[in-house]
Design a protein around this ligand. Structure first.
Ligand code: DQA
Length: 161
């Protein structure tokens, strides 16, 4: 069982040593939620999504580390960190979903259950969004349900933990 470690990316109340830790990682442009194409991504901001995740985590007895980066290498660093500090990973890799072998390699190396999340239904969109590299490392994929997808992903990991 990983112990939670606090790092950049927000205050987390200290969980009991046995509390499972889930890294919730968000990729490029997700910091623009609420402003960015609301007809596709909705009006909720990333802070709203984080609040929803924190409430779900409390209910499920999980501790979460919620982060966003526009930089592929930083996401790789966080996934590597999750290998020793987390029990599971929820990831919305944004556009890197469709391009990044580096994220796939990092997720495979993490050896943790991974749930891939997308706010939009990527299969109702442009064909280049239909392929995900990171799905090869994911236990499950949730898309098209908006922020609720993150909550469902946390529920799935709570069952696995
Ligand atoms: C997304 C879908 C991706 O295709 C897109 O590049 C994003 C967001 C989603 O949450 O629907 O940035 O991951």
């Amino acid at each position: 069982m990983a112990q939670q470690r606090k790092k950049s990316g927000g205050k987390a109340s200290k969980p009991a040593a046995s509390t499972p830790v889930v890294y919730v990682l968000n990729g490029p442009n997700l910091n623009m939620l609420g402003l960015r194409q609301p007809e596709i991504y909705g009006r909720d901001t990333l802070a709203d999504v984080e609040k929803l995740c924190q409430a779900a985590a409390r209910r499920l007895g999980l501790a979460i580390v919620f982060r966003q980066s526009n930089h592929e290498g930083e996401l790789v660093d966080w996934i590597q960190e999750a290998r020793s500090h987390a029990d599971g990973i929820v990831i919305n890799a944004g556009a890197y979903t469709h391009t990044s072998v580096a994220l796939l390699d990092a997720l495979n190396a993490a050896e943790k259950p991974v749930i891939e999340v997308h706010l939009s239904n990527i299969f109702r969109r442009e064909s280049f969004r239909h392929h995900s590299y990171i799905s090869l490392a994911a236990k499950g994929v949730i898309c098209g349900l908006g922020p609720k997808g993150y909550v469902l992903a946390l529920e799935a990991l709570a069952d696995l933990a």
